[in-house]
Write a protein that binds this ligand. Structure first.
Ligand code: ARG
Length: 499
């Protein structure tokens, strides 16, 4: 085993080094404050991204935009640290006062919402616009009747669309959780018009200039709306402090500065040529570091999951082949058989979710949960690999071992297992390669691995091509390198210079 031991120690050391380099610790300091908030000293804010320029997923994968900058400025005035949570728009009102302290999401003040929440003073005037494909003949209200409309669920645009459908039942309304999906369907001719707020409509028009256009709400007689921050009902102290902060930010010029930064700035992200797309997907705001961190996380999870898989898998394999003195199968082999069956008979993504939401529901460490879930899954496959490796060792070896005075266990440990591991090495390496790719689903438990990073960047740049193909290339290169190393190992095994 000398050369192979060296080879593997080398691999292990490399992965350890990479993994350790990836572990970074971050900490926030919390300022004490006088307000009663869900988490002391912290203002927990709900928003709903996909509504540029008010809220969208920023370069670092976290919510950014006018509202986010504005509420952070307000938080600073109040002496509260601001924590932003991204959720679907129609979940916002319900979350205020229970999961979050306030919501800011370009939210229009409406009588209906006032039944459930209080509102701050308004901070922005808006109106609904209509977004259509370039060259569309939709120009006024009459044209919307009978068309296929789109709106975001629970928005004021949704209410206007409902009225149109009521008046003309031929009209079809499709509702979406987030606007970017609706815009995608507009471009793909799956819907004819989207009813959405003016500034986001203009932003989308800018992002996809030449493909879609925004028609002013005046042409449809839509009324003016006002945006405000939603607060828990009856929160006078917090409400008046926020109103005071808004007034101060308006008079000290901060409000205008944020408006200029987010709303009047031309959206620099727009890029059409492939080189521009590459620049915005990799170079702008050092996005390449996000892919790198994502890749590190992917490797880290796969590596530790593989360790768990090998240890548990070997145990399972030994259990499965265990026989009692009479040479009959034992309860151990039964248990291990059932485990392997269940793991192989259910989707990995479900196993991950069950681990995250049920089995380890108190763990906040997504990486740990992922390592356990992937490790236990991999164990089932590793068990079969090792079992096949053991069975491939000639039967006579056990007899030989026994006749030399070894016990069954000793023969297993010193004679059979080493050979079994040698047989199993190539498929074990393949298992590791599969693990690397399978970790692409950890986005489900809010981890930013390589796949999720690519997805985040594609929604930040509105250009999916380069980030998605780029991530595929990165996976491919890493796996190709591993496969080449594996090839070298296999050739040596076959030549017999590894024993
Ligand atoms: N102003 C509209 C409303 O209050 C739409 C807001 C949508 N906001 C969002 N973050 N998606 O209904």
């Amino acid at each position: 085993m000398k050369t192979s031991t060296r080879f593997f120690s080398w691999l292990v050391v490399c992965f350890m080094a990479v993994s350790i380099a990836c572990l970074s610790l971050t900490g926030y300091r919390v300022k004490a404050a006088e307000f009663k908030t869900i988490e002391p000293g912290v203002l927990t804010v709900a928003t709903s991204t996909g509504f540029p320029p008010f809220e969208y997923v920023g370069d670092d994968g976290k919510p950014d935009g006018f509202d986010v900058a504005f509420i952070k400025a307000i938080g600073e005035k109040l002496g509260l640290q601001v924590k932003v949570e991204d959720m679907e728009f129609n979940a916002l009102v319900a979350s205020v006062g229970n999961k979050t302290d306030v919501a800011i999401a370009g939210m229009t003040v409406t009588d209906e919402r006032k039944l459930a929440v209080d509102f701050s003073d308004s901070y922005y005037d808006a109106v609904q616009y209509v977004l259509v494909r370039k060259g569309s003949n939709i120009r006024c209200m009459d044209d919307l009747h009978g068309a296929t409309l789109a709106a975001q669920i629970g928005t004021t645009g949704n209410l206007l669309a409902d009225d149109i459908v009521k008046e003309n039942p031929q009209t079809v309304l499709k509702t979406y959780d987030r606007f970017p999906e609706a815009v995608n369907d507009l471009k793909a001719e799956r819907v004819d018009a989207i009813i959405l707020d003016k500034t986001p409509a203009q932003t989308f028009e800018g992002i996809y200039s030449g493909e879609i256009e925004a028609i002013p709400g005046d042409d449809f007689d839509f009324e003016v709306e006002e945006y405000a921050i939603a607060l828990p009902k009856g929160s006078e102290q917090l409400g008046s402090a926020i109103n005071k902060a808004i007034a101060e930010l308006k008079s000290d010029g901060t409000y205008d500065r944020i408006i200029n930064e987010y709303i009047n700035a031309d959206s620099g992200e727009k890029s059409n040529g492939i080189v521009d797309q590459f620049v915005s997907a990799f170079i702008t705001s050092n996005r390449w570091t996000m892919y790198l961190n994502g890749l590190c996380l992917t490797i880290q999870i796969a590596f530790f999951a593989a360790l768990v898989g090998i240890v548990v898998g070997t145990l399972l394999a030994l259990m499965k082949i265990a026989k009692n003195r009479k040479g009959k199968r034992t309860i151990l082999s039964f248990i291990s058989g059932i485990y392997i069956d269940i793991v192989r008979g259910t989707p990995l993504v479900l196993q991950l979710l069950i681990m995250w939401f049920i089995v380890m529901k108190n763990s906040k460490d997504g990486v740990l949960v992922a390592v356990v879930a992937f490790g236990l899954n991999s164990a089932a496959y590793v068990a079969e690999i090792i079992r096949a490796g053991i069975l491939a060792v000639d039967n006579g070896q056990m007899e030989a071992g026994r006749s030399m005075g070894f016990t069954r266990a000793q023969t297993m440990c010193h004679i059979i297992l080493p050979q079994a591991v040698k047989n199993a090495l190539p498929p074990l390496c393949n298992e590791f390669i599969s693990l690397l790719k399978e970790t692409a689903i950890v986005g489900y438990v809010a981890l930013s691995d390589l796949t999720r990073v690519a997805n985040q960047i594609s929604s930040a740049t509105y250009q999916p091509f380069v980030p998605l193909i780029g991530a595929a290339v990165i996976y491919f290169v890493v796996i190709k390198i591993l496969t080449l190393l594996l090839g070298v190992l296999e050739r040596r095994l076959r030549k017999g210079d590894i024993r």
